[in-house]
Design a protein around this ligand. Structure first.
Ligand code: UGA
Length: 438
């Protein structure tokens, strides 16, 4: 079976590479010729642990290639995966479906035989049914081209593992033939005992946004508790640990701090709330706006904490910002809480020096107004405050005494609860963390 993957961002590139490694003939398709060239030359255009090695392996096997030609894709594939982005529309909370629509309408005229088109992108519920109509109308093979929805749950930083061995697979289908095709194309994954849930199209679309909304809710729930802790002198870190012993609650995604960012959680909860309103059931998920609000307040509170620890004004103060990516093991800065905090402090007159192990190039492009250093210690040199904003392991390993030797003042705001307060305090640091007592 031959597979095409349309869209070679995080999702599509990972999917294409993993499918080739699993033994399928794969053609990756993107409208961006420079991305196609980069991938054909064996370079992954973003940071993802383990993926460059797999790309090399897949290219060497001769089973993987990338192209800009939809005509070639149409002739090649038995299953076409749609993996293009669905960002937030500018000026609206809705998802921008331009790329998904373009992928389907560009591919459809080349579909002259019975094939499966499987959407993986995160879309508002109801999109798949609309795309199926579009496909049937535009494809020369008409109704013999079928559409399925197969949402993707991979996390950046764990993209390879999550693709090769996901927690579950969801097959949204309208026929036994489509289900069978998906079972064949995911046979190497399913053979490992990965559970599969077969649903209709709309349930499959909803599983994805429901999952991301639940994860966002967990994070904002514990961060709401952090706000209460700050007002009462309680410790949210201990609170979260105590909650996590209850297996019904569980400890994952219950890490308090600066909150969630990235290209998925924030835009997905907004698009879901927006779509529910369109459907007349906005009230059912109105709480998602509160989840978003709690999340935004954590960024503002982190800025306030830096201002407080500076004595009420950051103007002219030197601040070391450790981290720029929206989370560790990623160079992704989309809606990154760390950069949001750094840019706000800069706008308040501080001299902000940023260091991130992977996201420096992206951060520089997006925020040329910030200063950049070559290491955490370099960023901290002469700092009045150190702010830890992304919990990279290398920041956890910093020796408090080594950093104390280079800063101007021993003041640290731990925006990610990544450090051990007692060892930093023992080394003479004033340590502050969201939701923890002073
Ligand atoms: C998220 C989901 O976890 C994936 O399952 C999903 O497939 C993906 O979105 C997507 O829709 O494509 P990702 O955005 O890569 O994955 O990152 P997460 O690991 O979910 O982290 C999101 C944000 O939440 C990060 O900024 C992280 O720092 C923050 N977070 C996470 C917390 O603040 N606390 C936690 O306890 C966990």
């Amino acid at each position: 079976m031959r597979v095409t993957v349309i869209g070679t961002g995080y999702l599509g590139a990972t999917h294409a590479i993993c499918m080739a490694v699993m033994g399928f003939e794969v053609l990756g398709v993107d409208v961006d010729a420079s991305k196609v060239d980069t991938l054909n030359q064996g370079r992954v255009p973003f940071f993802e642990p383990g993926l460059p090695e797999l790309l090399t392996k897949a290219l060497e096997s001769g089973r993987l290639r990338f192209t800009t030609s939809f005509a070639e894709a149409g002739a090649f594939g038995d299953v076409h995966f749609i993996c293009v982005g669905t960002p937030q529309q500018s000026g609206s909370e809705a998802a921008d479906l331009t790329y998904v629509d373009a992928a389907v309408t560009t591919l459809a005229p080349y579909l002259t035989r019975r094939v499966l088109v499987a959407g993986k992108s995160t879309v508002p519920v109801g999109t798949a049914a609309r795309l199926a109509d579009l496909l049937h109308g535009l494809a020369p093979a008409g109704d013999r081209v079928e559409l399925a929805w197969n949402p993707e749950f991979l996390r950046e930083g764990f993209a390879v593992d999550d693709t090769m061995k996901p927690d579950r697979m969801v097959f949204g289908v309208t026929s036994a033939w489509a289900e069978q095709r998906l079972r064949e194309v995911f046979e190497p994954v399913l053979a490992q005992g990965v559970p599969v849930k077969v649903t209709d199209l709309q349930t499959a679309e909803l599983v994805k946004v429901a999952a991301n909304s639940f994860l966002a809710t967990k994070i904002s729930y514990i961060n709401a508790m952090a706000e209460i802790c700050e007002a009462t002198g309680a410790d949210v870190h201990d609170l979260a640990e105590a909650l996590a012993y209850d297996e019904r609650i569980g400890g994952r995604f219950l890490r308090p701090g600066l909150g969630f960012g990235g290209g998925c959680l924030p835009k997905d909860i907004r698009a879901f709330a927006h779509r529910a309103e369109e459907l007349g059931v906005g009230q059912a998920v109105g709480f998602l706006r509160e989840i978003d609000g709690i999340n935004r307040r954590r960024r503002a509170r982190t800025v306030d904490m830096v201002v407080e620890i500076c004595g009420g004004d950051v103007a002219g103060k030197r601040i070391a910002a450790l981290g720029a990516a929206f989370k560790p093991n990623s160079d992704d800065i989309r809606d990154a809480p760390a950069l949001d905090v750094a840019a706000t402090l800069r706008a308040a007159g501080a001299h902000v020096v940023v260091y991130d192990p992977a996201a420096m190039d992206n951060a520089r492009r997006a925020h040329p107004e910030l200063a950049y250093a070559t290491s955490a210690l370099d960023a901290a040199r002469g700092a009045d405050v150190v702010a830890l904003l992304t919990e990279w392991n290398e920041f956890r390993e910093i020796e408090p005494s080594a950093m104390a030797a280079v800063v101007r003042r021993r003041k640290i705001v731990d925006g990610r609860h990544a450090l051990d307060p007692s060892s930093w305090r023992a080394a003479g640091w004033e340590y502050r963390a969201l939701g923890r007592p002073v």
